[in-house]
Design a protein around this ligand. Structure first.
Ligand code: DHB
Length: 544
């Protein structure tokens, strides 16, 4: 039963009676409301009767299940699967969500919403995985929700009814159902569904923590950054999403692929000078330089402030980026990681002598246990003098050229431009070109820069979609409810998007007064759901 509505009716009835002003018409209204509430109370699946007759949730329909964790423990849960979250389902393979309620969860338990979107592809709702954050969330006692979403590759074949309802679509024609901004619209509809049935479903829809990686990190960040923004409303309306709010409490974003309209510039601004870029042909080097040139102006336009209160500008940005990489590496060093000087790091002078860490992060090649024989250390550096070349406690500097060459050595860079593509046409450009394509399966340019190089333009429709897919668009928007808590991670050797993309996002959120836990996580490649002990400590703290 929608608590809010029933309470409102009760209050209204109480207030009317209390005021001693009952007229015949009031009495009729009271009777009508009472009857309606009784009807609602007796038909659990009809909770949505008032505005969303096509949505249903039956709390008696759960099935028992269990998940085995790696420590041998078992988590028992009730599963509610295949809950369609819109009235007008277009793609029945994806537009539903699964809910897992662990033993002991109540109405007040926070909800962990994990999206498995990757590469902007469609993703079907699945079960929690013991090895990732979904399984860990269940083990921690949170209600886990996994929505499916349409994506750039999802298609249906139009039948008669569909072609009748959609102008320009022929019977039997293939329709791409999930091009931008459909994935985020689906996720918003899922959040609205959870709110709609909040009173009859375990878990607290006012405390939803979203989580995703890469394109899924983008989705998680969009859920957090675009709450209740009216620009999404027409889509949600047309889909028959629940008429509810769609803001969330917190968002966990691993390596979010966001700010696509500036990501190409950021990429060349960072990697333009690296060896691999210098090895490119003349035309690509020119493109790289042109893109890089544009980024400084963008940085300054963001009007960002560093944690110490000073302005973050194009002039000091490279130093700040360095400080952020060092911060991540220092945390890892403190925890015992080897930080090799060969990657460009410099260290404070070691007074500790033999007790300081070996340079290069290497270990001594051998050791001699007391009273035992000399042994080789697996992976140890043969022939390394035991006490030679020690590093001090602090990382004091980093040579960025050396460091970036290291990053690139772990995975080759994307081409120029990194996201928008010079090649246009179906199945030729990047995943992002497909993402912004239309329901006929086209691929399109989405940045002014690359469109101009291709002698085309970004249409108003594509530009609107680009905006809807960028959480940066809404951080200071009066019509938007931005989540209060953010956990953002980007690996310090992740080259899928350049470091300034997550740095800017975290900084803008912080500057907007949000609680932001951000780190360029030492030596992590493009990946997510890591350091789960730390993540779940953070979650426990914010939901306390
Ligand atoms: C993903 C990775 C990319 O490099 C990209 O451009 C888009 C999405 C991903 O892993 O989801």
């Amino acid at each position: 039963m929608p608590k809010g509505r029933l309470h409102m009716s009760e209050n209204w009835i109480k207030m009317t009676i209390f005021a001693g002003e009952i007229t015949k018409s009031d009495m009729r209204k009271i009777m009508k409301k009472l009857i309606k509430n009784v009807v609602l109370a007796t038909a659990l699946t009809a909770v949505s009767a008032e505005v969303n007759a096509g949505l249903a949730f039956d709390p008696t329909k759960g099935t028992e299940g269990k998940m085995e964790m790696y420590d041998g423990s078992e988590v028992k849960y009730r599963a509610f699967e295949k809950l369609y979250y819109v009235e007008n389902v277009e793609d029945s393979t994806y537009q539903y969500l699964n809910v897992y309620v662990p033993e002991g969860a109540t109405q007040k338990t926070p909800i962990f919403l994990r999206t498995y979107v990757g590469g902007y592809m469609a993703s079907a709702a699945s079960q929690p995985q013991a090895g990732d954050a979904s399984g860990r969330a269940l083990k921690e006692g949170y209600v886990v929700v996994i929505p499916g979403t349409r994506g750039r590759n999802s298609t249906i074949v139009a039948d008669k009814a569909y072609s009748k309802a959609h102008k320009g679509v022929k019977n039997g024609e293939t329709v791409w159902t999930g091009r931008a901004p459909k994935a985020i619209i689906d996720l918003k509809a899922a959040v609205r569904y959870l709110r709609h049935f909040d009173a009859v479903m375990a878990g607290d829809a006012e405390r939803i923590v979203t989580d995703g990686t890469s394109a899924g990190g983008a989705m998680s960040s969009l859920l957090g950054a675009t709450g209740n923004n009216p620009l999404y409303e027409p889509y949600l309306d047309a889909m028959g999403a629940a008429k509810e709010r769609d803001d969330v409490f917190a968002s966990v974003c691993y390596c979010p692929i966001i700010d696509l309209e500036h990501a190409d510039m950021a990429y060349e601004w960072v990697y333009g000078g690296t060896k691999s870029r210098q090895g490119m042909d003349e035309s690509h080097r020119t493109l790289s330089a042109e893109l890089a040139m544009k980024y400084g102006e963008y940085i300054d336009g963001l009007k960002m402030v560093k944690p110490d209160g000073s302005a973050l500008t194009a002039e000091n940005y490279r130093d700040y980026m360095k400080e952020e990489i060092i911060r991540g590496a220092q945390i890892a060093k403190n925890a015992g990681a080897a930080i090799p000087d060969t990657l460009g790091f410099e260290f404070s002078q070691s007074v500790g002598g033999m007790f300081a860490a070996p340079l290069n992060g290497g270990m001594r090649g051998s050791f001699k246990p007391m009273g035992g024989e000399k042994k080789q250390i697996p992976g140890g550096r043969q022939g390394m003098p035991p006490l030679g070349g020690q590093q001090g406690e602090y990382i004091t500097d980093i040579d960025m050229a050396t460091y970036l060459d290291y990053v690139v050595s772990t995975q080759p860079l994307k081409t120029v431009p990194a996201f928008d593509s010079l090649i246009e046409g179906v199945n030729q450009g990047s995943g992002e070109n497909e993402e912004f394509g239309d329901d006929k399966g086209s691929s399109v340019n989405f940045t002014e820069f690359t469109a101009a190089k291709n002698n085309s333009e970004v249409t108003a429709e594509v530009a609107a979609n680009v905006r809807l897919m960028n959480p940066m668009s809404f951080l200071n928007d009066a019509n938007t409810t931005v989540a209060g808590h953010w956990y953002i991670r980007h690996g310090s050797r992740d080259r899928d998007t350049a470091f300034p993309v997550p740095i800017n996002f975290a900084t803008k959120l912080r500057n907007a007064g949000k609680d932001v836990n951000f780190l360029l996580a030492w030596n992590r490649p493009h990946s997510g759901d890591y350091a789960l002990d730390e993540l779940f400590e953070w979650i426990a703290e914010i939901v306390k």
